[in-house]
Design a binder for this molecule. Structure first.
Ligand code: PAF
Length: 281
């Protein structure tokens, strides 16, 4: 396994591998790796000859300074995990490498409002930062395949739009949510949950399942009200619970639409959690 910090070494290695006809899979991460990330790595290894994983805590996607400071940084542990999983290349750049002075890396693209609803309403500017860093990393790695997790549903929907609009030929592969045995969606933030909130947070996956089981029979507004009530009863502070169309993320009007997803975000004490479930494809 090779670790690159700078652009030049990474690019040279990748163009060599490409010249040998190797396909490149890319898993972008911010580190603090868990089993959910390992599913992305496994998917990449299954499909591609070479798997590149980036570890970079991207400052431009944090709308909350404190969250950026507190974000767990566990590079040595991450490196060990990636080595054991058989990753070929780690890209671990500094902020100066990703955002060199004097280079305009803003991505001028209309996200058609996908970036200002749900997560975007509570994390203003977040998706602009994600688009910027993913575009930059794609320019550096130039992979054939990009692997992202279903857990960040809005994120991959926006990245998929970016790939389409900017005519980037990388194919996006979405890997299903990986859950702890309890049902809690895996997240780098879970390690910061207190024992009590780890149990209480299970209400999120329970309510998503409830929505999936009941959306054909009950009014969507009733499901939403019930779920929000149950989340509050457990002592979590919900930001949203919605049943949306997976293409444009707008609330569905009827259960006849296809590609329907239930999404939720809530605070469990100090920790903000998100989760979702695909109700119909
Ligand atoms: O999902 C994440 O961890 C980040 O948003 C990503 C895609 C690595 C960009 O920084």
């Amino acid at each position: 396994m090779q670790v690159f910090v700078k652009e030049k070494g990474l690019k040279q290695r990748i163009s060599y591998l490409k010249s040998k006809g190797k396909s490149i899979g890319f898993v972008p991460t911010m580190g603090a790796l868990h089993d959910g990330h390992m599913q992305l790595i496994k998917a990449s290894k299954q499909k591609c000859d070479i798997t590149v994983c980036s570890i970079f805590v991207n400052p431009t996607q944090f709308n909350n300074k404190e969250d950026l400071v507190k974000y767990p940084r566990t590079f040595e542990r991450d490196k060990e995990l990636l080595k054991n999983e058989g990753v070929d290349i780690i890209f671990h750049p500094t902020a100066e490498v990703v955002y060199p002075k004097g280079l305009d890396l803003s991505v001028d693209m209309d996200l058609e409002g996908l970036d200002t609803i749900w997560e975007g309403e509570f994390r203003p500017g977040h998706f602009k930062g994600v688009v910027q860093v993913v575009k930059r990393l794609l320019d550096l790695v130039e992979p054939g395949y990009l692997f992202m997790g279903q857990k960040d549903f809005q994120q991959f929907t926006i990245i998929s739009m970016m790939l389409r609009k900017l005519k980037i030929s990388t194919e996006l592969i979405v890997v299903p949510i990986h859950r702890e045995k309890s049902g809690l969606a895996m997240s780098s933030r879970n390690v910061r949950l207190t024992k009590e909130f780890k149990t209480k947070s299970l209400v999120l996956s329970r309510m998503l399942k409830y929505a999936k089981d009941n959306y054909r029979f009950d009014k969507i507004s009733e499901i939403r009200k019930y779920a929000l009530g149950k989340i509050e009863e457990e002592g979590l502070k919900p930001e949203y619970f919605a049943i949306v169309n997976g293409y444009d993320l707008h609330e569905v009007k009827s259960s006849d639409e296809n590609y329907i997803i239930a999404i939720v975000a809530a605070w469990a004490g100090e920790i903000r959690l998100i989760d979702n479930i695909i109700i119909s494809k």
